[in-house]
Write a protein that binds this ligand. Structure first.
Ligand SMILES: *Cc1c(COP(=O)(O)O)cnc(C)c1O
Length: 460
């Protein structure tokens, strides 16, 4: 790529006209964006020519890495053939039919029907409507409330943000909407210290039972959770948590929803996160990795229990998007899944890549700023601490995570900061050499962060 970019002009245009998501656009204008121009494999390049190892797979989605010609070709071929037709009025398009069929192969056996959206947020909005419709059709219209967790991320539409457990989102726009209840997250570091992880798993799942009993089981329709919380900072639940959650859902006849937008399509070394944790959800949300992010697509896997009611007894389901089952998005998803199968990507994650990431990432635990490291499949997180002897955290106003993130970017690796947690979720196709390089770059960034916090007098 020899294309040159006028970064200064692009930045001026950017701050004049482009309102960024989840950004203080006014603040951003002072520094200007980093403008990403192209990518190949696990690397991206910015408009100033810097090569950066993308430790976040774009935004948890570019699972096959950048520059896969087969995906480009799948999109181009479909655009030439039929760029768009809808599935509303007794019509269908070939790629959507193919994708729904292929998904029955790779999802757990209870899933035989699929509804398509453009995003994970719309997938969760769809689930909200499906859950209510399900109980209505069964003559139990009071089973409306959906229980979710604090610090969960389920998207940014009104319903997605309401299901999410992010205080910063709820305070803007008077959320959550009615009918959503939050329980505490299963975060061992915050709530489990001094307990065995197993005991904490049972305790944290018990918060669901308490909530169901206080709301009344006749009023609770579903529980939704991410197998591993992503945007909340890679919160990996303790062993036993999910099976206990499932037991409680069964006991009170509450639908179990697994938001697989990050964990789905191989991220944990199984096709879906629910398989990793050994549970059988009734509904799953997917997006991101379904197309490796090459084009937007999301959707809902509808378990037989729900499909039997919605399809078997429900009649018209008055819901859908213009682009539900968009042929180009579905064609790319089909090719993406075929590549995952052909190249045994999910198996390779389980057998080779994830164990290697775990071994290498855990070496960072000896760093003076690192309280603990955790990995699960191809997600990993570490906690920045002020004092390793007692795991004391920096105050949030010190913005140590943001400093560390800045040093990562400057040094050539994307790592995300979530409060005091630093996280990565690299492309599933990352090699051992690239993992080694990523860990070296992270260590250098931690060293630079340590120099900063010493200079600021935040540590001795
Ligand atoms: C990203 C994400 C969503 C929202 O997906 P969008 O495509 O951004 O709407 C929902 N759930 C989880 C777990 C996510 O990570």
């Amino acid at each position: 790529m020899n294309e040159t970019f006028d970064t200064k002009t692009l930045r001026a245009m950017d701050s004049a006209h482009y309102m960024h998501p989840f950004t203080d656009t006014h603040d951003l204008a002072k520094t200007g964006s980093r403008i990403v121009t192209h990518g190949s494999g696990v690397y991206i390049w910015d408009s100033e020519g810097n090569k950066i190892l993308d430790g976040m797979s774009g935004l948890w989605c570019v699972n096959l890495g950048y520059g896969r010609e087969e995906l480009v070709e799948a999109a181009a071929a479909q655009m030439r053939k039929l760029p768009f037709y809808n599935s509303f009025f007794n019509t269908a398009v070939v790629p959507a039919i193919e994708l729904a069929t292929l998904l029955t192969e790779v999802t757990p056996p209870q899933f035989n029907h699929f509804f398509f959206t453009n995003s994970g947020s719309e997938g969760n909005d769809t689930i909200f409507r499906m859950v209510r419709r399900f109980w209505d059709v069964l003559g139990k219209p009071t089973k409306k409330t959906i229980i979710a967790r604090r610090n969960a991320y389920h998207g940014s539409t009104v319903c997605g943000a309401s299901l999410s457990g992010m205080a910063d989102m709820h305070t803007q726009g008077d959320l959550p909407i009615a009918g959503i209840h939050h329980i505490e997250q299963p975060y061992y570091f915050e709530f489990g210290q001094g307990m065995t992880p197993e005991a904490f798993g049972i305790k944290a799942a018990g918060w669901l039972e308490e909530a169901i009993l206080s709301l009344g089981p006749e009023n609770v329709g579903a529980f939704i959770g991410e197998p591993v919380q992503g945007a909340g900072g890679v919160i990996i639940p303790p062993p036993g948590y999910w099976t206990e959650i499932e037991r409680i859902c069964h006991k009170y006849d509450v639908l179990l929803v697994s938001d697989e937008v990050i964990c789905g399509f191989g991220r944990l070394g199984r096709w879906f996160g629910c398989e990793y944790f050994g549970i059988k959800p009734d509904l799953m949300t997917f997006a991101k990795g379904v197309t490796s992010g090459y084009v937007p697509l999301g959707g809902v896997a509808v378990g037989d229990r729900v499909a039997d009611v919605l399809i078997g007894k429900g009649g018209d389901f008055n819901h859908g998007f213009t682009y539900s089952g968009h042929p180009v998005a579905c064609a790319v998803a089909v090719e993406n899944i075929r590549i995952l199968q052909r190249e045994r990507v999910v198996e390779r994650v389980a057998e080779e890549t994830a164990p290697y990431l775990k071994a290498k990432f855990s070496t960072l635990a000896d760093h003076p700023l690192v309280g603990m490291t955790e990995t699960c499949g191809m997600v990993a997180g570490l906690i920045l601490v002020k004092d390793k002897t007692n795991n004391a955290l920096f105050s949030s106003s010190d913005a140590v995570g943001m400093r560390c993130r800045g040093h990562c970017f400057q040094g050539g690796v994307v790592m995300r900061a979530v409060g005091h947690r630093m996280i990565v979720a690299p492309p599933l196709v990352i090699t051992r050499e690239e993992i080694d390089r990523m860990i070296r770059l992270i260590r250098t960034a931690l060293d630079k962060t340590l120099v900063d916090v010493r200079q600021l007098g935040l540590v001795a």
